[in-house]
Design a protein around this ligand. Structure first.
Ligand SMILES: NC(=O)c1ccc[n+]([C@@H]2O[C@H](COP(=O)([O-])OP(=O)(O)OC[C@H]3O[C@@H](n4cnc5c(N)ncnc54)[C@H](O)[C@@H]3O)[C@@H](O)[C@H]2O)c1
Length: 325
């Protein structure tokens, strides 16, 4: 298949692209490469287009002869969205429908959308399923939810659409994020021998990056009737932030100090991903402990230099520096 991955130079994308190439797909990546252009190795079946998804001419060029789109490009967390809400809306919402429309008219057969489990907001129920009410707390999450609605109107026999609501991704990737919960705690534990836990009782769903990317690979091949017009949660372990810290400590050493401080970040949710295993046969095979081990190995091998300070690991810092308009 020929696949367009928007945002293929990001945290998830830079782990996904090598897998797609190994599977024998031809891949086009459309990305601004905000976090560096050295995150994907050259490959005869990989074409990288450095461009903006808001540019329809570039979209058209990127969509030539494409069979499937995996849409990852995004201002991808709350603080970087809030730095410039106009930009955030343009990239995360305004550019979405043109991309879907152009994909459909270009003959794309399948469109896979990375939404987020943050669309649920704060929930007291134990098992948040796909039919649970969406109560997004931030504009980042609100526009993720609105894009889901837009996408659902384009579902048709010849254009299969599917929405994934991933938990927070964790683990090592070529383009590393160290601003997501498991990765933050591991980074601090490894380099400072100390973890500051803000709150601690909030529940966070997690998914290992290997599982995340394996799921996108599966979605390209799975029969249409199983996914058409559907929405799937994608999470592995649901853990309290304090439990994640304990796992990090267990892996990195008993001398790591855990310090709890109060927080006003009340996001707390627990997602149920049974639909994914029941209907698609997909069950995550890795956990938070694996992610911590992988990151520890990457730190030891010097793959993530200046991990506490280099802006490229922290979306909000980098977005602040590049001042994208
Ligand atoms: N990482 C997570 O924990 C997580 C959880 C749930 C959902 N998601 C979603 O998965 C997707 C991928 O997340 P990620 O962690 O890889 O994010 P990321 O920030 O690492 O990657 C996003 C990529 O999009 C690119 N990009 C941003 N604006 C662009 C534009 N206007 N035109 C072209 N490219 C642009 C960036 O350069 C970057 O490479 C996002 O849509 C995100 O919302 C991620």
């Amino acid at each position: 298949m020929k696949i367009l991955v928007t945002g293929g130079g990001g945290y998830v994308g830079s782990s996904l692209i090598p897998k797609l190439l190994t599977c024998g797909h031809e891949v086009t990546v459309l990305d601004l490469f905000l976090y560096g252009s050295d995150v994907l190795d050259k490959h005869p079946h990989l074409k990288c287009i450095a461009g903006d998804i808001r540019d329809e001419a570039i979209l058209k060029k990127s969509l030539e002869a494409v069979d499937a789109v995996i849409h990852l490009a995004c201002i991808s967390n709350d603080p970087s969205f809030e730095l410039n809400p106009t930009l955030g809306k343009e990239v995360n919402f305004d550019a979405f429908e043109p991309l879907v429309k152009l994909s459909k008219s270009a003959g794309v057969k399948r469109f896979i959308y990375a939404s987020s489990s943050s669309v649920y907001g704060v929930k007291s129920e134990r098992n948040v399923v796909e039919t649970s009410e969406l109560e997004p707390l931030t504009d980042y999450s609100k526009y993720k939810a609105l894009c889901e609605k837009v996408l659902s109107t384009y579902q048709s026999k010849d254009f299969t659409t599917v929405t994934i609501r991933p938990a927070t991704v964790c683990g090592y990737s070529r383009r590393q994020r160290l601003d997501v919960v498991v990765n933050i705690l591991t980074n601090h534990a490894y380099h400072n021998r100390k973890i500051k836990i803000f709150g601690g009782d909030q529940l966070r769903p997690n998914i290992h990056i290997e599982d995340m990317t394996n799921l996108y690979v599966l979605l390209l091949d799975i029969e249409e009737s199983k996914i058409a017009g559907k929405i799937f949660n994608a999470g592995g372990e649901n853990l309290k932030v304090s439990e994640i810290a304990e796992i990090v400590k267990q892996k990195l050493g008993p001398n790591i100090e855990l310090e709890r401080t109060p927080t006003d970040d009340i996001r707390s949710y627990h997602i149920c991903s049974e639909k994914l295993s029941r209907e698609l046969g997909f069950t995550p095979s890795r956990g938070v402990l694996d992610a911590v081990s992988d990151l520890e190995k990457a730190f030891k091998e010097g793959l993530l230099p200046n991990a506490l300070n280099d802006s490229k690991y922290f979306n909000v810092k980098l977005m602040n520096e590049v001042n994208l308009r």
